[in-house]
Design a protein around this ligand. Structure first.
Ligand SMILES: [Zn+2]
Length: 174
């Protein structure tokens, strides 16, 4: 499973590719927030189940949850269907990246099709390293650093390309 950094990059990549406009105002609690930051947070959001401890990687790690984010976006960003789709896609990258990652804690994988199916799905590709949680060990931090570096190499170019497209559009259209 990727680290939060890998998930943030995935969210930025998907959201940026879909909206490709940095100039859209986005307000949270009355403050203007860069849209890439919103996509990064949406990419990480599924792991909120670590905090609520309702079982990791099921409801929040489903495509249904990604759809629910799109529905919420309908109310938060009225009249901006691309932003609804981008928000949903940014969240869905979390499901995709976790599915592509190695998992060392049972049950392995995630309930991608919850609530229709309670099967845990995990890709055999195992592209991303598992996140080490033995933080008191030096070796764990070395492995985390390696994981982040690997995620930067794999997901980073997509996020950079998305941000480049957003900036390019903004310059072209003033
Ligand atoms: Zn996750």
């Amino acid at each position: 499973m990727p680290t939060p950094i890998g998930h943030a990059l995935g969210g930025i990549a998907a959201g940026a590719f879909i909206v490709r406009r940095a100039g859209w105002p986005c307000r949270l609690a009355g403050r203007r927030v860069p849209i890439v930051l919103v996509f990064a947070l949406l990419g990480m959001l599924a792991d909120v189940d670590f905090v609520i401890k309702e079982g990791h990687r099921h409801a929040t790690h489903s495509l249904a949850a990604a759809g629910a984010v799109g529905v919420v976006a309908v109310f938060v960003a009225e009249g901006r269907p691309l932003l609804w789709l981008a928000s949903s896609a940014a969240y869905a990258t979390h499901v995709l990246l976790d599915w592509l990652g190695m998992d060392t804690v049972a049950p392995f994988g995630l309930m991608a099709l919850w609530p229709f199916d309670s099967t845990y799905y995990q890709s055999s590709l195992q592209v991303f390293y598992p996140v080490c949680r033995q933080y008191w060990l030096f070796d764990c931090w070395v492995r985390l650093a390696w994981s982040v570096w690997y995620e930067l190499l794999i997901v980073g170019p997509f996020a950079l390309a998305g941000v480049f497209l957003m900036r390019h559009r903004r310059v072209r259209h003033g």
